[in-house]
Ligand binder design. Structure first.
Ligand SMILES: [Cu+2]
Length: 498
């Protein structure tokens, strides 16, 4: 009797596990035709005020979006019901963004990848109350790049981003203007904001599945808020500005026919020269600009492929590493306009090479916190000196994937597990994927301005991990200025704009 009931329980557990294991693997490859025209986020209107400042307006609001015909999904967006317009400015320009929060809860807007004063950064200390406004301003002083903006309220970032609050912030400079790269926005230069979603009836689901320790994983993807999107293209060379705006999922983008493409830029701007590759992996928050050559009349799918560097088999299966997605179908016109060849050299990265580093720091990534500490708004974890270069070593031996994002700076990856970085990590970066078993060394330069009272963040950009405390704070101070005390009561409450 006892033996047979033990056997029955074991069989039930085995069946449940087999079901979980099989069900955890997601693939949309070849499942459905891609028949929805890709939405292109509009370029934000702006005005130039008397002192030459370019002024943008963003309004955070709730709305409804029809992702599927006849089904209205409650969403959030900037100036619309989902996502936001593409902001665009040139190096050297003064910019101001007038933000109003028409949501019924407080939020923030963070300028991901932007070098700017800490109090303009839009981190968890710059909350905007419901009905409140905030008008950060700064001078753009960094190379041309594909940056983005999104909320950063402590403990609520995943939810706010997932409801639709995200948009691109493109920077241009003199050099990028001169290079013969595809640059007609929405024509041969396409924004590609990739998010994974799951629908629970009409609503966007946001809950983490059983055994998913990375956070929410959707069962389908969309680009710029379009499910199963296609885009007609008319040029030989198409530039895709890929942004992984998903909360937890990492993608490995490429094409099913194995064609190579040219990587021309990473998070913070152009590489020194184009790098030919067949896959580019992006963890949450990372960007890559790739240029793909089209053949007249063809249809080619941008796809995300399974990823082998996700940890053990268990982690790959339940963390999304085994998954694959059809992402965006490019449909080439019967006749294509010729595109100039890509230039042999692109940019001169301004990231530091680590020489003259005044200090090394170590960051151990654990689900429970960074360096054994969970995020505390009232604690400054690190104090750096304005004008100096440092080398940061970031290690993940936590068994699950993490990544590492640093506010305010673009850094250079010096080493991955002791070796020179691959081409995909050779450009300016603000976010780097750090899978289990990986140690990266980064060179960062902090050019200020100093503000001992307002911290910047560094954190895992898997937003569930960030929200749960995988985040720390650093301040930039002048040389000789005393470092901020570790316990800094003034930071506890933050400052809310009303
Ligand atoms: Cu993480």
């Amino acid at each position: 009797m006892l033996g047979s009931s033990v056997t029955a329980v074991a069989m039930a557990v085995g069946a449940l596990f087999a079901w979980l294991w099989t069900d955890a693997k997601v693939s949309t490859v070849g499942k459905e035709p891609f028949g929805n025209a890709l939405a292109i986020p509009p370029q934000a209107e702006s005005s130039v005020d008397k002192d030459g400042t370019r002024v943008f307006d963003l309004r955070m609001r709730a709305g409804e979006t029809e992702f599927r015909a006849g089904v209205k999904t409650p969403t959030w967006g900037f100036n619309g019901s989902y996502l936001g317009p593409t902001l665009r400015a040139r190096r050297g320009e003064k910019v101001r963004v007038r933000i109003s929060n028409a949501l019924d809860e407080a939020s923030t807007v963070h300028w991901h990848g932007m070098h700017l004063p800490a109090r303009m950064d839009g981190g968890p200390h710059q909350m905007i109350a419901p009905g409140g406004t905030w008008s950060p301003h700064w001078t753009v002083d960094q190379p041309a790049a594909t940056l983005w903006y999104h909320p950063h309220p402590h403990g609520g970032t995943a939810r706010h981003v997932q409801r639709g609050l995200a948009g691109l912030f493109l920077l241009d400079d003199e050099r990028s203007g001169r290079l013969p790269l595809p640059k007609r926005y929405g024509v041969d230069d396409l924004p590609v904001i990739v998010q994974d979603v799951r629908f629970d009836g009409a609503r966007l689901a946001g809950d983490r599945g059983m055994l998913q320790n990375v956070g929410f994983l959707g069962d389908r993807t969309m680009v710029n808020g379009t499910l199963r999107p296609f885009r007609q293209v008319h040029d030989e060379l198409i530039r895709l500005r890929l942004l992984n705006a998903s909360t937890a999922r990492t993608y490995a983008f490429g094409f099913p026919d194995g064609r190579s493409f040219s990587l021309i830029a990473t998070d913070g701007g152009l590489l020194e020269r184009p790098a030919s590759m067949e896959r580019v992996q992006l963890s949450p928050g990372e960007r890559a600009e790739i240029v793909v050559r089209m053949r007249a009349g063809e249809r080619v799918m941008l796809r995300s492929f399974p990823q082998g560097n996700y940890g053990d088999g268990w982690q790959r299966r339940f963390g999304g590493g085994d998954d694959s997605f059809d992402v965006l179908e490019l449909r080439a016109a019967a006749r294509l306009r010729p595109s100039p060849a890509l230039p042999a050299t692109l940019g001169k990265p301004e990231t530091p090479d680590g020489k003259g580093s005044v200090r090394g720091r170590h960051f151990d990534l654990k689900r429970s916190g960074i360096n054994g500490r969970s995020m505390d708004m009232g604690r400054v974890d690190e104090t750096v000196t304005r004008g100096t270069t440092e080398v940061w070593t970031v290690r993940n031996s936590n068994g699950m994937p993490h990544n590492f994002h640093v506010h305010d700076v673009q850094f250079r990856v010096l080493e991955v597990n002791g070796s020179a970085p691959p081409p995909a990590l050779s450009g300016p970066k603000d976010t780097v994927f750090v899978p289990h078993g990986t140690t990266v060394r980064l060179a960062l330069r902090f050019t200020g301005p100093a503000d001992p009272d307002t911290p910047y963040m560094y954190h895992c950009h898997l937003l569930y991990h960030e929200d749960e405390g995988m985040m720390g704070q650093f301040v930039v101070t002048e040389k000789g200025e005393p470092g901020a005390p570790r316990e800094h009561p003034g930071h506890g409450a933050g400052h809310t704009h009303r």
